[in-house]
Design a protein around this ligand. Structure first.
Ligand code: KG4
Ligand code: ZN
Length: 332
C-alpha cells in the first residue's frame, strides 16, 4: 500500500510517499526559515507558509518517488496535536487531494507519527519491526511523554512534563546563550567543546514517578548565566554541556525506570530531541533492552512518519482514526 502523507503541525512542511508503512520512497521537508528572525514561531505566518509550499512539495514528492497520483492508495495528514491554523491547512489540502483522486483520507495523530518513525527505512532490505510491548519516550518542542505501547496503536500514558517540553527547554536555554533557533542541534554541537561537569544544575523530582519538570532547570541556567555575565565572559560551551547533561539524565533515568518496571521488549525514542546523541547514550547505558531511535532526520517533524502511522492505523483499526483537526489531540 502506497500512502502520500502530509505533515504541517508546526513549522516544517513535510510531504512523503511511504510504502507499507516501512519504506520511504520520497520524503521532502521544508523548514520555514522566516521564524529565525522572530526567534520563535508565529502561528499565522507558519500557516501561510504551509499553504504556499504544499502544491510544489507534493509534486516534488511524487516526482522523487517516480509515481503519479493515480498510483497512490491513500492520502494522510496530521490532524493534531499542533498549531490549529497549520493543521487545518495540511489536513484540508490532503482531504481535497483525496477527494479529487477518489482516495481514502487518513487523519494521523502527530505523536503516533513520532513513534512510527521507528518503523521507517530508505533501504531495500528492511530490518524486522521493533518488538512490542515497548516503552516510548516522545520528546519534541511541544511534548515530553513517557508511554507504554502495549500493541500497535494501543498507548498507555505513564508520565509527561508538568511544565516545559524538553525541546522547549533546549530552545529557551539556546536563546539565553544567544545561540539561535532551534536550540537543540546547536546546543548539542556547542556542548561538544564544553565540560559537562563545569556547573552542577538541579534535577527536579516531580511527585509523580514518571512525570518530568524542566522549568526549574531552565531558571537555574538563567540565574547561572546572569551571575557569569556579571563576572565577565560566559563560558557558553560549559553552560551548554552542563545543561545538556542535566536534562538528558533526567529523561534517561525515568525512561530506564519505566523500562525496568514494565515487562517490555524494546525501548523506542521519537521526536526532535531524540536526535540528541548524548540522550541516546544516556538511555542505552541504563537499560538492558534493545534501544531503537530513528535516524536524526526522521526524529524531527517529517511527512514519512505520518505515512507510517497512517498505514498502521489502517491495518489496526481498533482505535478510531481521528478525522477533524484538533490542536490538543492525545495519544490513545
Ligand atoms: O519533533 P520536532 O521536530 O517538532 C515538534 O513536534 O515539536 O521537535 C523540535 C524540537 C526543538 O525544540 C528542537 O530544539 C529539538 O526538537 N531538537 C533537539 C535536537 N534536534 C532537534 N534537541 C536536542 N538535541 C538535538 N540534536
Ligand atoms: Zn513533532
Amino acid at each position: 500500500m502506497r500512502i502520500l502523507a502530509i505533515e504541517t503541525s508546526c513549522d516544517e512542511t513535510g510531504v512523503a510517499i511511504v510504502e507499507d508503512g516501512r519504506r520511504i520512497r520520497s520524503n521532502i521537508v521544508a523548514s520555514q526559515l522566516v521564524h529565525q528572525d522572530t526567534g520563535g514561531i508565529v502561528p499565522e505566518v507558519a500557516a501561510r507558509e504551509h499553504l504556499r509550499s504544499l502544491d510544489v512539495l507534493t509534486e516534488k514528492a511524487l516526482r522523487d518517488a517516480g509515481r503519479q497520483l493515480s498510483e497512490i492508495d491513500a492520502v494522510a495528514a496530521t490532524v493534531g496535536p499542533g498549531l490549529i491554523g497549520c493543521l487545518l491547512v495540511g489536513a484540508n489540502y490532503a482531504r481535497g487531494l483525496a477527494l479529487a483522486a477518489g482516495l481514502p483520507f487518513v487523519g494521523v495523530n502527530h505523536l503516533e507519527g513520532h513513534v512510527y518513525a521507528n518503523w521507517l527505512y530508505e533501504t531495500e532490505d528492511i530490518p524486522p519491526e521493533p518488538e512490542l510491548p515497548a516503552i516510548v519516550l516522545v520528546v519534541s518542542g511541544a511534548h515530553s511523554d513517557l508511554v507504554l505501547m502495549e500493541a500497535h496503536r494501543r498507548f498507555r500514558p505513564l508520565g509527561r512534563t508538568i511544565d516545559d517540553a524538553a525541546g522547549e527547554a533546549f530552545d529557551k536555554v539556546a536563546r539565553l546563550l544567544h545561540l539561535g533557533f532551534p536550540g537543540g542541534p546547536v546546543i548539542e554541537r556547542v556542548a561538544k567543546e564544553g565540560n559537562a561537569n563545569a556547573f552542577p544544575l538541579p534535577r527536579a523530582l516531580p511527585a509523580d514517578r514518571f512525570d518530568f519538570s524542566f522549568s526549574g532547570l531552565k531558571t537555574a541556567v538563567l540565574r547561572l548565566v546572569r551571575e557569569l555575565e556579571k563576572k565577565g565572559d560566559v563560558p557558553v560551551a560549559d553552560v551548554a554541556a552542563s545543561f545538556q547533561k542535566a536534562i538528558t539524565e533526567m529523561l534517561a533515568e525515568k525512561t530506564a525506570r519505566a523500562a525496568a518496571e514494565h515487562a517490555v521488549e524494546t525501548v523506542l525514542l521519537g521526536g526532535g530531541v531524540a536526535a540528541n546523541l548524548v540522550l541516546r547514550e544516556a538511555i542505552a547505558r541504563r537499560i538492558g533492552h534493545p534501544l531503537r531511535v530513528p535516524r536524526p532526520g526522521l526524529c524531527t517533524d517529517n511527512g514519512a512518519m505520518i505515512g507510517a502511522a497512517a498505514f498502521f492505523a489502517l491495518r489496526h483499526r481498533g482505535t478510531e482514526i481521528p478525522v477533524a483537526a484538533r490542536s490538543d489531540l492525545k495519544l490513545a
